[in-house]
Design a binder for this molecule. Structure first.
Ligand SMILES: *Cc1c(COP(=O)(O)O)cnc(C)c1O
Length: 368
C-alpha cells in the first residue's frame, strides 16, 4: 500500500480491521437495480467502517461491519453541541474495472483541519485512506460503471461521549459510509439560478466556515429554503464586508474577458479540492488564476460591463455547474455563459474516470 510520502504519519503501521460480513446485504439483483438508477444520497452499500477514539486509548477498534443504525446515548455530545465533521469523496470505476479515488490525501488533510477547528482528534491521513480501501474491499461491487456514475464516500466523525458539560468530548467515533451516485444532472449539465442571501450568513470571521462541519449546513438550510421560495436552485452567501463567499456546498469561480480566473479567498470559505484541481488545469492551459476578494458590486458591475464572461460553481458532488442567473431581493442579473466551465469539467472528469492521462498524479487506486 502506498502511503503519502510527505505526511508525518506515513510510517504508521496499518490498522488491523476486524471485518464482519453483512449476511443480509442486497442481492446481486437488488444491487443491479439500485445501480441502474442510484440518484444521490438515498441508497447505501452493505457495510460501513468505524474507528473509535478516546483520550486514553487513541484510535482503536477499527471495524468493517454491516451497514446499519448507530446506537448512541441520548446525552452524546454531538446531539447537543454539534461537535461533528465530515468529508465527501468519490470512487470511480475505470474501463478496465479498476476502482480509483481522487486526491484522497487532500481530503484526509482537510478532515484533520476540520477536526482541529471543531476540537476533535486528527485521524492520521494513512488511516483515513486505509478506511476507504477497507470499505471498497468489501463493497467494491457497489462502484457503478455507468456514465458519470460513482460511489460517493462519506467519512464523518462525531462526539459520542455521554456528557452534557461543554468541552471537547473524550470519546469520538469515525465512520465511513458509501452511497452509489448517478449523474448529478439528469439530461446533461444545465446552468443553475442562484439566490443572494441578504439576511443570513453561513459563516463569520473566526467562525467555522473553513471547516466541513454539519453546523455550517444547518445554518444554510433556511436561506436555501428562501432560495426555493424565490424559484432559485441554490443560495450564495456574502461575508460581513459584502464579499462573495460561496454557495454553502460549492465554491464559486469567476472568469474574466482576458482569461483571468478569480475565486474568492478568505478564512470563512471551505477550500474545495474540486476548485483547486480545476484551477490547476486552467493554469496548465495558460490561464492566470487569482485568489482574492470579489465584492457583490464587482460581480454585478463585471457582468454588466462584459468584463466577467462566465461564473460557475464547483464541488465533488456536482463537479462543475455554470451559473445562469443571480437573483436578489430587488434585482435579477442574467449571467453570461461561456465554454470554459464545461471544458474544464470534461477534462477533470476524464482524468477521474481514467479517460485521460493523470499528469498530476491525482488518482489513487483503491482496489489493489
Ligand atoms: C465540500 C464543500 C465544498 C466543495 O469541496 P470539494 O472538495 O470540491 O468537494 C465547498 N463548500 C462547502 C461548504 C463544502 O462543504
Amino acid at each position: 500500500m502506498t502511503l503519502i510520502d510527505s505526511d508525518p504519519d506515513s510510517d504508521l503501521a496499518p490498522l488491523e480491521f476486524a471485518v464482519t460480513r453483512n449476511l443480509l446485504g442486497a442481492s446481486p439483483e437488488r444491487r443491479a437495480e439500485i445501480l441502474a438508477d442510484p440518484g444521490f444520497g438515498s441508497s447505501f452499500t452493505d457495510h460501513m467502517v468505524d474507528i473509535c477514539w478516546s483520550v486514553r486509548g487513541g484510535w482503536h477498534r477499527p471495524r468493517v461491519q454491516p451497514y446499519g443504525p448507530i446506537s448512541l446515548d441520548p446525552a452524546a455530545a454531538v446531539l447537543h453541541y454539534g461537535q461533528e465533521i465530515f468529508e465527501g469523496i468519490k470512487a470511480y470505476r475505470h474501463a478496465d474495472g479498476s476502482v480509483h479515488t481522487f486526491r484522497p490525501d487532500q481530503n484526509g488533510r482537510r478532515l484533520q483541519r476540520s477536526a482541529r477547528r471543531l476540537a476533535l482528534p486528527e485521524l492520521p491521513v494513512p488511516y483515513f485512506i486505509q478506511s476507504l480501501r477497507e470499505l471498497v474491499a468489501v463493497d467494491g461491487d457497489w462502484v457503478p460503471s455507468g456514465n458519470d456514475q460513482s460511489l460517493y464516500l462519506r467519512p464523518f466523525m462525531f462526539a459520542k461521549e455521554a456528557f452534557l458539560g461543554v468541552r471537547p468530548a473524550h470519546k469520538v467515533a469515525y465512520y465511513l459510509i458509501a452511497s452509489p451516485a448517478g449523474a448529478y444532472f439528469t439530461g446533461g449539465v444545465r446552468p443553475v439560478s442562484i439566490w443572494l442571501s441578504e439576511d443570513y450568513a453561513r459563516a463569520g470571521k473566526g467562525g467555522t466556515g473553513a471547516a466541513k462541519t454539519g453546523g455550517n449546513y444547518a445554518a444554510s438550510l433556511l436561506p436555501q429554503s428562501e432560495a426555493y421560495e424565490n424559484e432559485c436552485d441554490q443560495v450564495v452567501f456574502l461575508d460581513q464586508d459584502g464579499n462573495v463567499e460561496e454557495l454553502g456546498g460549492m465554491n464559486i469561480v469567476f472568469v474574466y474577458k482576458d482569461g483571468t480566473i478569480v475565486t474568492p479567498q478568505s478564512d470563512s470559505i471551505l477550500e474545495g479540492i474540486t476548485r483547486e484541481s480545476l484551477l490547476q488545469l486552467a493554469r496548465d492551459r495558460g490561464h492566470k488564476v487569482e485568489g482574492r476578494s470579489v465584492s457583490l458590486a464587482q460581480w454585478r458591475e463585471g457582468v454588466a460591463s462584459g468584463d466577467i464572461v462566465e461564473v460557475f460553481a464547483c464541488g465533488t458532488a456536482a463537479v462543475v455547474t455554470p451559473i445562469g442567473l443571480l437573483k436578489g431581493k430587488d434585482f435579477i442579473d442574467e449571467q453570461p455563459l461561456g465554454s470554459l466551465a464545461l471544458s474544464l469539467r470534461e477534462e477533470l472528469t476524464d482524468i477521474q474516470y481514467g479517460r485521460r492521462e493523470d499528469t498530476h498524479g491525482w488518482l489513487y487506486r483503491l482496489d489493489a
